[in-house]
Design a protein around this ligand. Structure first.
Ligand code: R1P
Ligand code: URA
Length: 318
């Protein structure tokens, strides 16, 4: 069974679940939010950009950075974790930007997305763009390169996500918004201190054996087999590997959200498996997708001007 996308064209977030209408309350358990306990339209009704990434600290830093970039009141240092009542996910808001952590892997991001999308629906949010800003292993590209995903593929290099529902396998499309990919590539032209490219992103269910690493607690294949697989992935158009993009593309697409995946490569997997760059280098790499997305958001809001090119030096020195 294959499911297709459904953009209804009214800009609203679609939940495709008839049961929700008959519930008098919706408890978003893992976010510690709910329709009876919180006024979701007041708290979130103005959200236009949702950025997600694995790490709570990264998503807090991104919200603080956007707070500053959007010229919002205060220094943003005291932004509160909206999900503070739970330690499953962290959520911060800076004006129209919502920044949420999703943990590692498909099940973790999937749970977060179900509750986030219901939140956006209950809050009556309109015209929301959602972007995953993550880290990844590069394939034949220099560490520090930022990859904008055109197609999220599975371990067989296929643009699909298989969801087990009851005892059926439902195949979902992992297509991403093509115009958004181009818009993001255009934004990247404003940044000159790191390369950005468009490529396929392979999503796996594991960091070690699932990504062809030789350095896990288990490994049953040779160095040659690993390289043969990764080179086939490269030839199929894969430029980076991470662990959430297919389910992210599938769920967001079905719910009418324009979605993009922008990940920095921490290493070139054709050259090794261990992530050995110093901490400061890894921190700076993680800021690269954030920098690109800040330009995108400011351009969308009409707040970007060429003078900001000078500000880009900030990222070189911090
Ligand atoms: O840096 P994040 O966003 O967590 O993304 C990548 O990093 C984690 C593995 O280290 C996986 O979640 C993978 O997708
Ligand atoms: O190699 C890598 C690096 C970051 N995240 C991944 O999933 N793989």
């Amino acid at each position: 069974m294959t499911e297709r996308k459904g953009y209804a064209g009214n800009g609203l977030v679609h939940v495709k679940n008839p049961h929700l209408d008959s519930m008098d309350e919706d408890v978003l358990y893992h976010l510690n939010l709910g329709t009876k306990t919180h006024n979701l339209p007041v708290m979130f009704g103005d959200v236009k950009f949702v950025c997600v990434g694995g790490s709570p600290n990264r998503m807090k830093a991104f919200a603080q950075f956007m707070h500053k970039e959007l010229g919002l009141e205060g220094d943003g240092k005291d932004l509160k974790d909206i999900c503070a009542g739970t330690d499953r996910y962290s959520m911060y808001k800076a004006g129209p930007v919502l920044s949420i952590s999703h943990g590692m892997g498909v099940p973790s991001i999937s749970i977060m997305l179900h509750e986030l999308i219901k939140l956006l629906h209950h809050a009556k949010c309109c015209d929301v763009t959602i972007i995953r800003i993550g880290t990844s292993g590069g394939l034949g590209i220099d560490p520090g390169t930022v990859v904008i995903t055109d197609i999220a593929v599975d371990s067989f290099f296929k643009a699909r996500f298989e969801q087990v529902i009851l005892d059926n396998i439902v195949v979902r499309s992992t297509e991403l918004d093509k115009d958004l990919v181009e818009e993001l590539l255009n934004c990247s032209k404003e940044i000159h201190y790191f390369p950005t490219l468009i490529g396929h992103t392979m999503c796996t269910y594991d960091f070690y054996e699932g990504q062809g690493r030789l350095d896990g607690a288990l490994c049953s294949f040779s160095h040659e087999k690993k390289l043969e697989y990764l080179k086939r992935a490269y030839d199929a158009g894969v430029r980076n590997i991470e662990m959430e993009s297919t389910v992210f593309a599938a769920i967001c697409g079905l719910c009418g959200l324009k979605a993009a995946v922008v990940c920095v490569a921490l290493l070139n997997r054709l050259e090794g498996d261990q992530i050995k760059a110093p901490h400061e280098v890894l921190v700076e790499y993680q800021q690269r997708p954030q920098h690109l997305i800040s330009i995108f958001i400011k351009k969308r809001l009409g707040l970007y001007n060429q003078m900001e090119l000078l500000d880009n030096a900030f990222f070189l020195n911090n």
